[in-house]
Design a protein around this ligand. Structure first.
Ligand code: GRF
Length: 200
């Protein structure tokens, strides 16, 4: 059984989807060991408490990155976390943090990377006029929205869409994709050649 550590900053719908899938036995090799938010007002932390999970707020405000990252890593280690899942965690991880969990940190991003990294990816994609967007689950490396891709799901952009309806359909796919990616990583039946994950 592997321990997941979830890091979030906001609403927490991706975390909730993972928690539901764990509870339903759809991520059979894992349990959620701890949920950590850098913000007290994150909806996701209330959800974690409601679900009876270990839920920690480690505020990042007025703290330098190195110090905050040390506190978060210490909490993850204390809860014996094997796999860290960033789920709307609005902080860049320091290189030191990334090195503490080599190939053991995942992120989800609401675009088909490498298109539209950074904030408001769905709005960026809509404004650009793409006909297809989607979401990406990838390993975290030291660059923003950059590590090797585990899986992607596509979403067609409709004539009737605005950025909100597009974001909502992408989010539905995110909720499926993240748990699939966790299963792929925990099963470990893949190799990474260059940036390419093969065998999943
Ligand atoms: C999602 O769109 C995710 O792709 C991005 O941040 C958003 C988090 O949403 N990284 P939620 O907090 O999981 O509802």
């Amino acid at each position: 059984m592997k321990n997941l550590g979830i890091l979030l900053s906001g609403r927490g719908s991706n975390f909730e989807a993972i928690a539901n899938n764990v509870a339903a036995g759809r991520i059979p090799d894992a349990r959620i060991a701890v949920v950590i938010s850098n913000r007290e007002d994150a909806g996701g932390i209330d959800t974690a408490r409601r679900l009876g999970l270990a839920a920690l707020v480690i505020p990042s405000k007025n703290k330098d990155r190195a110090e905050h990252d040390r506190e978060v890593v210490a909490a993850l280690e204390k809860h014996r976390v094997d796999l860290v899942c960033l789920a709307g965690y609005m902080r860049l991880l320091s290189p030191w943090f990334v090195q503490q969990f080599p190939r053991r940190i995942l992120n989800i991003h609401p675009s088909l990377l490498p298109a539209f990294p950074g904030l408001e990816a769905q709005e960026q994609a809509f404004a650009y006029g793409v006909k297809v967007s989607g979401c990406t689950v990838h390993f975290v490396d030291e660059e923003l929205d950059h590590g090797a891709i585990i899986l992607q799901k596509t979403v067609a952009v409709l004539d009737t869409d605005d950025e909100h309806s597009l974001a909502a359909r992408i989010l539905e796919q995110e909720h499926i994709a993240y748990s699939e990616a966790i299963n792929i990583v925990l099963q470990g039946k893949f190799e990474i050649v260059g940036r390419r994950l093969k065998g999943s």
